[in-house]
Each structure stands twice: as C-alpha cells, then as structure tokens.
Design a protein around this ligand. Structure first.
Ligand code: G3I
Ligand code: 9MR
Length: 558
C-alpha cells in the first residue's frame, strides 16, 4: 500500500465491464515479468498474471508490453501492481461502469447552454448568471438580404456554446445534433429512462431530447424566414477574452448564409421531425417545414461556400472567429437528402443519392456523408422504396471500413484502432477515436460480430488513459485528467475545478497554438494548459461522438 503510483502503467482509469477485455500497457521496465491485481479495500491479491513477451514500440520509442487480466471478472475496486516497482491508478470492475461517464458526457451540453442562468440545483458549484441572451443580434453586412439590412437586430437565443469560445456555429451544431439524435434513435429505451438533472427533467420527454431541443430552438432562429437560407454563424467579430459569460458582452452578429450550414440544418431538422413527432406533433411539422425550406434555398444556391478571408475583404467589421469553412458541399447534400428521404419517403431526395459516392469517410464537421448513410442503414427496414442492392452496398462499405479500421490494432503500442495511423492525430484527435468507435459500433450492429465491439472499447480505453500521455482526457473522470482545458467557462472561474464531462481535443502534433509542449510525437503532442486550444480545448462536436461511444457501450451492455 505504500507503493508509489507508477505512471508507466497505462490503463483505463474508470474501469471495465466484468465480461470485457481488460488490458494495461506497461512502458519500459524491461526487468519486470509479473503483475498482480490488488483489491483496494482488502489489500488482497485477487489475480496474478505475466506481462506479454512481445515488446512493441510506441511512436516515441517507448517499449510497451501488455498486462492482460481479462480473465478476472469480479466486481470491485482495484489497482494493478508491479511487484517492487509501483501501482497503477485505481479502477473499477462493474456492470454499469460507463453509466456516470455517459450521463456526464451529455450533462456537459447543459453546461454549454447560452442564454440561461444555471441554477445551483442542477449546476452545483458551477451555477452561474445568465450570459449571452442573444436578443439583439446584428445583421452583419455579409448576411444582409431581402428586408434584413446591415445593422438590423433580431433575436436568436439559446443554443450551446461551440467550444472553449462563446460563439454559435451552425455547421458544427449540425454534426453535433445529428450525432446526438442518432444516439437517441439507436437506443431509445435506454434514454427513455436516463435522468440528467436538467431544468426540464421530469417533463414528458426523455432528458436527452430535452437537452438537444435547447439547441434545436436556437438553430431554427438561424434561418432567414424570407428565403429559407441559414446563416453560417452567430458570433462576435473577434474572440472574447477569458471572461465569464455574463461579462462577455461584445456585439454579436449573424454572418453570411452558406450552403453547408443550410444543408446541415436541413438534415438535423428532418431527423428531429421524425424523432420529436411522438412528443410535440406541431413542432415536428415545423421542423420538417424548416428542413424543406432550407433544402429549396440550397437548390437555388448550391455552392455558396463560407470563405472568411474573402468576406473580410468585402465587408466590415472583419470576422476572425471559428470559420468552419469547407471546400466542398457534396457530403452535406448526401446527409440532408438521406435524412429528408427517411422522414418523408419522397423520392425527389433519392435523386441526390442515386449516383452519390458511397465510400466510407469518417465523420467530422466537414465530412458528414456518413451521418446520412448511418441513418439509412439504421432505417433500412422502413425505406424499401430504395434499391436493395444500393443499401446492401452501403453495408458492405461500412463493414469493410470497420475491418480496415481494426487491422493492425495488436501491433500498436497501446493496442487501439486509434494508433494504427499517425494521421489520426489532428486537431480534435480524441474525436477521431470516438468517431472510429461509432463506426465500429455501427458495424457491430449490422453484423453482430463482437470483435467490433471489443475494438470500440479499446478506443474508449484509449480516451480514458491507455495511451501515450497517461491522461484520461475527460474532465472530472479518472485520476489524471485535464485540469486546465481551453474553456472560457472554466478559465474564467479559476476558483473551481473544470466543468466535468468534457473530452478535450487531444494530441495534435501541429501544435498550432504555440504553447509549450514536452513532446512532438503524434500521440504525445498534448499539454494540459489553458493556452492550448489546439490540444486542450473542448468542443460540442467532440463531446457528441464521445457521448455516443460511452452511452452506446453502456446501453449495449445492459
Ligand atoms: O484539410 C486539411 C487536410 O488536408 C490535412 O491532411 C490536415 C492535416 O492536419 O489538415 C486539414 O485541415 C485542418 C482542418 O481543421 C480540417 O480538419 C487544419 O489543419 C486545422 O487547422 C483545422 O482545425 C480546425 C480549427 O478549428 C481551426 O480552424 C478544427 O478542425 C476545428 O475543430 C476547430 O474548431 C474551433 C472553431 O474554429 C472555433 N471554436 C473552437 C473550435 C475547436 O477548437
Ligand atoms: O479561444 C479560441 C478558440 O476557441 C479557437 O479554437 C482558437 C483557434 O481559432 O482561437 C482561440 O482564440 C485565441 C485566438 O485565436 C488568438 N488570440 C488568443 C485567443 C484565446 O486564446
């Protein structure tokens, strides 16, 4: 018990399902051969094992060996011990091991709410005054059209703050809402019971749907009622300082309509229309009308891409906040057409899909085709109007991509799909790991092959500590977790621990923020400093796939 914690022992710092594979990775320590599992309560040895013979190399050249204790299945609290060397952080084995984590990953969205006073009864120590009412948002010259003139003011309240900043961007809201609505569509009975303690808890609809609705209501107000086009973003001209929301009071603007924002909007409105129908029939009709109107605008304006630099040459004031500029809208067409087709069964939308690229592309804010394709596969039994060979091809592509994704996992130092390619380590790399998890879970659902589920769990283990930095990348979860995320809500309250349930962006060797990093290797380029927006920011489009991964594994293991 007097043994020190040895950070060379890397494992999921939350824990494991009893029947799940359980791995730790031991770095270096070439002389050690045995390990034991201690029961932390009784300090008894409950399991003895040997480290794997195979030595693998991490990207930075550390020697890595596996300690496999999958055979140990008893519920409890434990540490892994290397005799005479040190112990791991503590972890649990429990049949609902990811339940609290899953809830926190969604509660995080409540903490991101704009335009709401957070009450102590729901927010605890993170209670805060109302900020960003967004009842006086100005039409930026780039957004003027019809009767809406530069300088006009309209209301556009609610929604979630995008990330560590306080702005609200439609493109990024789109993939976030789409991912969360899909989580609900995949596991409705799990979410029908799940309580999040948010202001709407106790009403007649599932808390997850209440939380998403907070953002849907904002998104609706981003549509120009005159023509159906959707503004790309609602933002200050420059990023605010690191101040609390009620003190961040610079003028906010509606900025330029774009095809990508409009189609992402159409997709989520169409998806929401079918999901909320049972609860709010009138709202459901309104969502669908909004989606169809957005679709018509996009048809008339098929290639209005958001180019921030060009807009800044033409209009004042310059807008330098998150661009979410994308150089193609092909994937947005696929997503919108898919969701509209599933909801309406109208074959007009099929025209957009018939010759579309079906190859697998991992979803991200600028690549949304597979949000639509996942939905079509989810609803395959109800879309019999579509050619069955075409649907079958989607499924083939999905399974092929999943197989490719897991190939080589065993050769990586930490045994995760995430590490099979150093190119996965981009800005927001942890969301790559989470989105790979969604791919693998979707493949499991389509094939019933458990290997896909196991590899999805490997990526969750990665996120929670079995990785090259030894961090559990989720605030408030795990022993060594981010304490200084790039998050204005957190940095402006240095007296409080960071808000819980947020997965930070993660290792990113391009290090675009200019902060101090201690390593430049792909999977070690992470620094827990608030200056590091390129590795340590939080964002709604990263938390959504993380929430999908944690909650769907929990729902599947029920
Ligand atoms: O397109 C290239 C690709 O060809 C290349 O292989 C790859 C290598 O890294 O880079 C790709 O471009 C990257 C782009 O994201 C698309 O993934 C850029 O390098 C990278 O700088 C860019 O990062 C984006 C970042 O904003 C800067 O624009 C992140 O994806 C995006 O998540 C992030 O979003 C910000 C918002 O702007 C503002 N709010 C916070 C939010 C999170 O940090
Ligand atoms: O806080 C901003 C963060 O949300 C963005 O991801 C990041 C990149 O666009 O920019 C951050 O804002 C910084 C700005 O770019 C440069 N000056 C310092 C700002 C706060 O660190």
């Amino acid at each position: 018990e007097s043994l020190p914690v040895d950070e060379a022992i890397r494992l999921n710092q939350i824990g494991f399902y009893p029947n799940q594979q359980k791995l730790a990775v031991i770095l270096n320590h070439e002389d050690v051969e045995d390990f034991v599992i201690w029961d932390t309560a009784g300090k008894n040895i409950v399991f003895e094992g040997k480290l794997a013979q195979t030595i693998k190399q991490s990207f930075s050249g550390n020697n890595a060996r596996i300690a496999d204790f999958s055979a140990f299945t008893e519920v409890g609290n434990y540490t892994l011990v290397l005799n005479g060397v040190g112990k791991s952080y503590s972890f649990q084995i429990h049949p609902q091991i990811n339940q609290e984590l899953g809830k926190a990953s969604i509660k995080a969205f409540y903490f991101q709410r704009a335009g709401l006073e957070l009450d102590q009864s729901q927010a605890g120590i993170w209670a805060r005054p109302l900020g960003h009412p967004d009842d006086q948002v100005m039409i930026h010259p780039s957004a003027a059209s019809g009767s809406r003139k530069p300088g006009d003011l309209f209301s556009s309240p609610k929604g979630w703050y995008d990330a560590g900043d306080y702005n609200k961007y439609v493109v990024n809201s789109g993939i976030t809402v789409g991912t969360l609505l899909s989580l609900y569509e995949d596991y409705p009975t799990y979410f029908d019971k799940l309580e999040l303690n948010i202001p709407e808890s106790g009403d007649q609809i599932p808390d997850l749907l209440d939380e998403i609705r907070w953002n849907m209501e904002w998104m609706l107000s981003m549509q120009d009622p005159a023509d159906g086009g959707v503004y790309h973003k609602l933002t200050t001209a420059k990023f605010e300082g690191m101040v609390e929301p009620h003190l961040a009071v610079s003028q906010r603007y509606f900025v330029a309509k774009s095809t990508t924002a409009t189609l992402d909007f159409a997709a989520v409105m169409a998806q929401a229309s079918r999901i909320y129908k049972a609860y709010f029939p009138e709202e459901s009709v309104m969502y669908l009308k909004a989606a169809e109107k957005a679709w018509s605008w996009a048809k008339a304006n098929p290639d209005v891409l958001y180019k921030q630099n060009e807009l800044n040459e033409a209009f004042d004031p310059d807008v330098v906040t998150g661009a979410y500029g994308d150089n193609s809208s092909g994937d947005e067409w696929i997503w919108a057409a898919s969701e509209l087709f599933i909801t309406t069964h109208n074959l007009t939308y099929w025209e957009e899909l018939a010759n579309a690229d079906q190859s697998f592309k991992l979803p991200s804010w600028n690549q949304v085709a597979w949000l639509g394709y996942y939905s079509l596969l989810r609803h395959q039994d109800h879309i019999t109007l579509l050619p069955q060979e075409w649907i079958a091809m989607l499924k083939i592509n999905l399974l092929a991509a999943a197989r490719e994704q897991i190939e080589g996992t065993e050769e990586t130092a930490f045994n995760t799909p995430m590490e099979t390619d150093s190119k996965n380590f981009i800005w927001g790399s942890n969301a790559v790991a989470a989105n790979q998890g969604i791919l693998l879970i979707s493949a499991f659902k389509q094939s019933n092959e458990r290997i896909f589920l196991e590899k999805a769990l490997d990526n969750l283990d990665y996120i929670l500590g079995r990785n090259a930095t030894g961090y559990s990348y989720v605030t408030g979860f795990g022993t060594k977790s981010p304490m200084h995320p790039h998050h204005r809500l957190a940095t402006s309250r240095p007296d409080l621990p960071p808000l819980p349930g947020f997965m930070v962006g993660g290792p990113n060797p391009r290090q675009q923020d200019g902060c101090n990093y201690t390593s430049s290797f792909p999977d070690e380029s992470y620094t827990d400093e608030s200056c590091s927006y390129a590795s340590n920011e939080i964002a709604i489009n990263w938390n959504a796939p993380f929430a999908y991964l944690a909650n769907s594994l929990e729902a599947i293991n029920q």
